[in-house]
Design a protein around this ligand. Structure first.
Ligand code: ADP
Length: 617
């Protein structure tokens, strides 16, 4: 018969063995979670994942395994684990095993208890970081439902490096089950459990960081692709614009030919309409490539939405209902109203097209503050104050494989689509330093959210439009124009039309030639009309140079790109008048007259005294 001392030694050895066995199984659970994270990151989700593979589930998965092992080792009939959140000081029930399962998580709802006195025994154990023993549960602690068959319980706070991670509780249906020996064993398991839980949290963090990294990489690739397509589209549109300008100019001249009879006119009409459509396409391509001029002003998005809503409601069809949900105190944005109208129109038309048998479109606006605490859903989101415009539909939704291609120019799934709506929208929004979020579920519908930076200051209807000088000076009075343009078709046409309308034109194909002509004529020019991009330099540099000797020289820049390209180097005279290619001849004449008039309404240096710029309409 073994002596008391020998029995004690055997008991201690058995306890140590149970502890080591439990430790092994706890670490096994932890390593399984680690392996899962690695496999997922390598793109090979494990065949039997711990849980759905969501990073937030790792702590729960590991805690559940640990609880199972602890219950078995100590012979407890149930247990639960509360995770502690430092930021909120709250304990959240994360996993329950055995006896407590049905009682504590009947609807999968997670019990939340504050740490400290307000959290009862559980809160106190967490706050004091001390174990608590309930030998008899005649009166139940508030975190155990009265329906439970538990008769005794033991609460153990889980700490790692002095930091509280959570509290785990083991219970038994036998009163006084947690003898000092079993409590020692439960305490011994704590350090292994804490390591496992802490690692589970780190795995989750690593997993989230890796997901974010791949999202950023995807986003970057997408942005690079869009940039490349944008450059291609912009370059193409620019070259096409020059050709279109010539075609349209020639068409205008044909109209005026005395030999142009009615059958000829109808042919020319068709050519004109086709060239208008082509010009519209190049305009959209430029919008996408972000090279379109922007006339930004303080804008109330709600007004734009109401305006477009009025206009589009007639086009919506009987079965489509449109709801407006506009924020009353919306911040203003600094935006180009025409561009923004285009964005709203494109999104609403797409929403309508996605609902062939009717549905609901909801257009809403709202203010959004993005900060470190609420970083926004999109990778492109950045901190600051933004205005959100959202267009939702209850239509077909967008399949996952289509979403990455949505903003590519010419991508369409519609029979008669152009595939330019969303690419233009993308170009406009990014040119306004904003971004777009797309959320969609097949057969349920889609939501496109546009975020634009809020403009500082109060909402205004926009500055009162300065009274435009009436384009009454469509004819010149001998003013001298230095015309600088390298496209042979464009220069010939512009020279002819301007000369026919009373201007004296000096055509030059390069900047070098322009300097020579300027010097030869003693600088006696009323206007420099120059393209922005020329073979031997930039129109704006030419202008800056000429203005050194003639500061009041009037200037009109033209380009197939945006007017941002036309900023005159070193100029402090405000924006330089600009005309977008392809322009019509009437537009050119009006703009030239307007610039000359704005330059002081002075008569030409060469014009006959007493003649004014204004000719009869
Ligand atoms: P288009 O309307 O000419 O096809 P877009 O660039 O506007 O060109 O749209 C591209 C494609 O994106 C559409 O063909 C369609 O497949 C998809 N799409 C855009 N908006 C929606 C929406 N609200 N619901 C479903 N699909 C959409």
């Amino acid at each position: 018969m073994a002596s008391v001392g020998e029995r004690k030694i055997v008991a201690a050895r058995m306890r140590k063995e149970a502890e080591l066995n439990a430790r092994e199984r706890i670490y096994e659970a932890m390593l399984k979670a680690l392996e899962e994270v690695f496999l997922q990151n390598l793109g090979h989700p494990p065949a039997t994942p711990l849980l759905a593979g969501r990073p937030d589930d790792y702590e729960e998965a590991v805690a559940t395994r640990v609880l199972e092992v602890a219950c078995e080792t100590i012979g407890a009939t149930g247990g639960c684990y509360f995770s502690f959140d430092d930021d909120t000081s709250m304990l959240t029930l994360l996993s329950v095993v055995g006896l407590l399962r049905d009682a504590m998580m009947p609807s999968g709802e997670r019990l939340r208890v504050p740490a400290g006195e307000a959290g009862g025994d559980l809160g106190l154990s967490a706050a004091s970081k001390r174990s608590m023993h309930f030998r008899s549960l005649d009166t139940y602690p508030d975190w155990i439902p009265a329906s439970s068959k538990l008769r005794s319980a033991y609460l153990v706070p889980l700490c790692h490096g002095g930091r509280l991670l959570g509290v785990y509780a083991v219970g038994s249906d036998v009163e006084g089950w947690f003898t000092p020996e079993r409590r020692v064993l439960a305490d011994a398991l704590v350090s292994y459990t804490a390591v496992a839980v802490e690692n589970a949290r780190l795995f989750a963090q690593a997993q989230r960081a890796s997901e974010r990294l791949s999202a950023v990489q995807r986003q970057l690739l997408h942005a690079q692709k869009m940039e490349a397509i944008g450059q291609l589209a912009g370059g193409l549109a620019h070259d096409l614009n020059n050709q279109l300008l010539v075609i349209r100019g020639c068409i205008e001249l044909c109209y005026r030919e005395p030999s142009c009879d009615s059958s000829m006119q109808s042919l020319i009409d068709q050519a004109r309409k086709a060239s208008d459509r082509a010009a519209n396409l190049t305009r959209k391509m430029l919008l996408f490539s972000r090279k379109q001029p922007q006339n930004k002003t303080m804008l109330d998005l709600n007004s734009s939405v109401r305006e477009i809503y009025r206009m589009l409601s007639r086009l919506m069809g009987e079965d489509v209902r449109t709801n407006l949900d506009l924020s009353a105190d919306l911040w203003p944005v600094n935006a180009d109203p025409t561009n923004i109208d285009q964005v709203i129109t494109n999104l609403v038309i797409n929403a309508r097209d996605a609902m062939p048998s009717g549905g609901i479109i909801t257009i809403s606006t709202g203010n959004v503050v993005i900060d470190e605490a609420s970083p926004g859903e999109s990778i492109e989101a950045r901190t600051g104050r933004f205005v959100r415009l959202s267009v939702s539909d209850t239509g077909t939704g967008i399949p996952d494989d289509v979403i990455p291609r949505l903003f590519e120019p010419f991508f369409t799934t519609k029979e008669t689509g152009t595939g330019l709506g969303l690419s233009v929208t993308y170009g406009i929004v990014t040119a306004h330093d904003g971004w777009i979020n797309v959320k969609s579920e097949v057969a349920k519908g889609s939501t496109f959210e546009v975020f634009l930076p809020a403009a500082p200051g109060a909402v205004s209807e926009g500055p009162a439009e300065p009274a435009r000088p009436e384009p009454s000076a469509a004819r010149g009075a001998g003013q001298r124009i230095l015309l600088v343009e390298d496209e042979p078709g464009v220069i010939a046409l512009a020279e002819r039309v301007l000369a026919e309308h009373g201007y004296v034109v000096f055509p030059c194909r390069t900047i070098g030639e322009a300097f020579r002509v300027y010097d030869r004529e003693g600088g006696k020019f009323d206007l420099v009309l120059s393209d922005v991009v020329l073979p031997d330099g930039r129109g704006p540099s030419l202008v800056a140079e000429l203005r050194k000797s003639s500061p009041s020289l009037a200037v009109l820049l033209v380009s197939g790109y945006g007017n941002a390209a036309g900023r005159v180097d070193g100029a402090e005279r405000g924006p330089v008048p600009f005309l977008q290619k392809p322009y019509g001849m009437r537009e050119l004449l009006d703009k030239v007259a307007e610039v000359l008039m704005a330059a002081g309404g002075k008569a030409s240096q060469q014009a006959v005294a007493g003649m004014t710029l204004c000719a009869a309409n």
